[in-house]
Design a protein around this ligand. Sequence first.
Ligand code: HEC
Ligand code: HEC
Ligand code: HEC
Ligand code: HEC
Length: 382
Amino acid sequence: MKLIVPLTIVTLLLAACGREQEPAAPAEQPAAVDSGAAGKTLAEGKCANCHGLDGKGTGPGIPHLAGQKLAYLKSAMSEYRDGKRPHAALQQLVYQLSEADAANVAAYYASLPRVVPAGATPAAPGDADPLAEGMAAAAACASCHGADGNASTPGMPTLAGQHRGYLIASMQAYKDGVRKDPVMTAQMAGLNSLTIQNLAIYYAAQTPKGRGKPAKGDPAVGEPLSGVCGGCHGLKGQSTNAQTPALAGQDAQFLVKTMKNYRSGTRPHEEMKKQLAGLKDADLEHIAAFYAVQQPVKDQVKPSLTSQEWVSRCDRCHGPGADNPAMVAPYIEGQSSAYLEAALKAYRDGTRPQSAMHAMGMPLTDADITAIAEHYAGMAPR
Ligand code: HEC
Ligand code: HEC
Ligand code: HEC
Ligand code: HEC
């Protein structure tokens, strides 16, 4: 490109005298070259350490600025300057810039090509089918949990019909090592939040078959012992709370092992430890037998929206063609996922004030936020 040489000269001159130069480039584009060069110099001196000279955030929590909408960059900077958006270092930095400098550096970053994440999917979000993706991912689990989540090996938990929320939480707990089970931790190691969510959607939607009467334990003796459990796990183990697992029709051997793990603290959960503290091993077997023979029911909890469903809502403002001059929604595809996550939590928790986004972010759980952030972070610019 012909502009490169004059730009470099302008850059050097600017660095020396710190103010705008006469256009040194072809006459047809003087304004663009001028502010672009000034903006580039500023970016190099004040922003590139963090945002890169190519506008690509140099760390996980630093947003990419390359190709962002100019109006959004300007409004973000004035929000920092006015102290509306909290971030001490940026407030300070932007405060020191003149109006013209701020406009120039914003114009420079806005002019750069947008960041295309490695392995990005250009597909429109509407194309994704979480149930089908969950089913595909579940192939890796079938040898232990059964193709449709109805395990047949004693000791293996059934996943079919379990609450989606509980499945997500338990998979995450293995992944993070909170639940110590080397087999499951290894299974979860390579999975991102979106896949975990899709797996949970798939298993929750399957019809549980029940496991039948176990060799040990007497359901009739277990029934009265389970009285205290019903408040949380529901009548006959058919829990109606998304975070409390259904026990009806679950494998008895798995239930006994899990109860012992709670009792000993191997599987950490204060409430469950307390509930099981006074029970003897034989009691646990009777309780497990009682739950194992109950008729399981499919996840009855009204599911929260999937991240795909969220994305279709987000796209009303952030999607291609959603340009509303009155309310500039930034591009978010290809943005750093750590940054998106932090931004969404900040809106939800009210630390980054903005009424439209606060309202959108309100009902999102941390798991929803992680999955949505990963979704957008993996997308190519549209
Ligand atoms: C020390 C590292 C650092 C430097 C230097 C820095 N930034 Fe940032 N910038 C950040 C971080 C971190 C954030 C995210 C802050 C937040 O969550 O609000 C950010 C956010 C922004 C945003 C908001 C982006 C968005 O998507 O909302 C803009 C615009 C921005 N910076 C512009 C600049 C400009 C222009 C400069 C140079 C004058 C600069 N920054 C220098 C770290 C830096
Ligand atoms: C090699 C056998 C094996 C494979 C393969 C396997 N799991 Fe597991 N899974 C287990 C065992 C054993 C447990 C019980 C661990 C414990 O005691 O906490 C378990 C527990 C679980 C639980 C917790 C159930 C509950 O009610 O608490 C979930 C959810 C789960 N697995 C999902 C998966 C998914 C999804 C995959 C595939 C990506 C998978 N598992 C692959 C053996 C396996
Ligand atoms: C105060 C509410 C509450 C009560 C009462 C309660 N539980 Fe739980 N239970 C939970 C929660 C919440 C979990 C999920 C904990 C976790 O994530 O590990 C759980 C988990 C379990 C699990 C693990 C199931 C699985 O799929 O991994 C078993 C088994 C269990 N409870 C049995 C019982 C029994 C038996 C009783 C009565 C003696 C009982 N619980 C009483 C709330 C309760
Ligand atoms: C009604 C329109 C609207 C909807 C719907 C909407 N947003 Fe936004 N979003 C905005 C606006 C306007 C901003 C800029 C706010 C600001 O200046 O802080 C924004 C900012 C953001 C940011 C900050 C980006 C950055 O670079 O700092 C993220 C992340 C974001 N939205 C994600 C989402 C997600 C995810 C959804 C769906 C759950 C969503 N938005 C739905 C209008 C919307």
